[in-house]
Design a protein around this ligand. Structure first.
Ligand code: ADP
Ligand code: MG
Length: 356
């Protein structure tokens, strides 16, 4: 297993800066995600890693080898793209064998390797089919087998599931993680789908405009976003403006139009001054409701229309013309609207205090 280190990587297209000093270290055996909106530079970064683009400056290391200037086929990286890109005239086995033939592996060894690769993506028994005789999910499994069979040092995946329907996408997520872990691969996976990243990543880099905004585990980036961009991109949230009353012990007490809130500072070394303007981020699922007030982080408001989804309900909640999004698992407040006024409250650890 190898680490992949990206140091101060810059890629420009003419005057356009697509990657602006990217610094990322992917640990050996890690399933690492690049997540961000369309156009933020994910594919460009992956293509630099694969060797299809030459960066303007910066370095890329696979293990301790500097591969920045190496040709793609000498990097031993496996690639899986959004489109399966199988050769339509070849059988499944021939598609998977292609890379091994190029490496001039002997025919008996090729047969064994192809069989193993197909088995590991659960496609044994399909060796003699043509790609057009397979479903989308099966084709993507074959594309994975084709990338794995050459025993790559790292696997690069660019939106590998976005051509699949919702159900299959969901099943294949876990499958890709299983395959990466079984093969002990260092893998870098590009997506714009937050749920895909949260559900299977070891760590995620959230990108915006050619820069890395934040790197962390799924829980870290979801519960401790360090910017409004990350808080908003990685899920749904409420932003509430306020001013700092005082800070201490990694927390801040903040005055807002909804009353005072105590919350967590996501960066312990970046403490705002008293009186500074800040923004609170509180996610919809972090609220609870009661007819009696809670001790802190609580305000009296009016619960509005609910959208019922079965296991969860989404509410609009109003106070002084401010509208918040709140949700409740196992909904209790749908039919209690004779009592429209309710206290909404939240735990200190669910309030993130963002500097501006
Ligand atoms: P993502 O994969 O995150 O959607 P890309 O890496 O494809 O984003 O693109 C990042 C930016 O670089 C975009 O503004 C895009 O238009 C630009 N770009 C990507 N490839 C090229 C290219 N070959 N020539 C010129 N501009 C490019
Ligand atoms: Mg892309």
């Amino acid at each position: 297993m190898i680490a992949v280190r990206i140091q101060k990587l810059v890629k420009k297209f003419g005057p356009m800066v697509a990657l602006n000093e990217i610094d990322i270290t992917v640990e050996p055996g890690e399933l690492f995600f690049l997540l961000g909106p369309s156009g933020c530079g994910k594919t460009t970064l992956l293509r630099c890693l694969a060797g299809f683009y030459k960066p303007n400056s910066g370095k890329i290391f696979f293990g301790d080898k500097d591969v920045t200037r190496k040709a793609p086929h000498r990097r031993k990286a496996g690639m899986v793209f959004q489109s399966y890109a199988l050769w339509p005239h070849m059988t499944v086995a021939e598609n998977v064998a292609f890379g091994l033939k190029q490496q001039r592996m002997s025919r008996p060894n090729i047969e064994v390797s192809v069989e193993e690769a197909l088995a590991s993506v659960q496609m044994d028994g399909y060796a003699d089919r043509k790609p057009n005789e397979l479903s989308g999910g099966q084709q993507q499994r074959v594309a994975l087998a084709r990338a794995l069979v050459v025993r790559p040092r790292c696997l690069l995946l660019d939106e590998p599931l976005s051509n699949l329907d919702a159900r299959l996408r969901y099943d294949m997520r876990k499958e890709i993680r299983r395959i990466c872990k079984e093969h002990e691969l260092t893998a870098i996976y590009v997506t714009h789908d937050q749920k895909e990243a949260l559900s299977i990543a070891d760590r995620i880099a959230i990108m915006s405009g050619g820069q890395v905004e934040q790197i962390g585990t799924p829980q870290e980036v979801y519960t401790r976003p360090r910017s409004q961009f990350v808080a908003d991109f990685i899920g749904t949230t409420n932003f509430i403006p306020g001013t700092v009353i005082r800070t201490g012990a990694g927390e801040a007490l903040v005055k807002t139009e909804l009353g005072e809130f105590r919350g967590v500072l996501p960066e312990p070394d970046k403490v705002p001054a008293d009186g500074d303007a800040v923004t609170l981020s509180i996610r919809p699922e972090c609220w609870k409701f009661d007819s009696a007030p809670a001790e802190e982080n609580c305000f009296l408001g009016e619960i509005g229309r609910a959208v019922y989804y079965g296991e969860v309900a989404h509410y609009a909640f109003f106070k002084n013309g401010i509208k918040l999004k709140m949700s409740e698992l196992n909904p209790r407040h749908l039919e209690k609207h004779e009592q429209k006024d309710l206290y909404a409250f939240t735990e200190v650890e669910d309030v993130v205090v963002l500097s501006q």
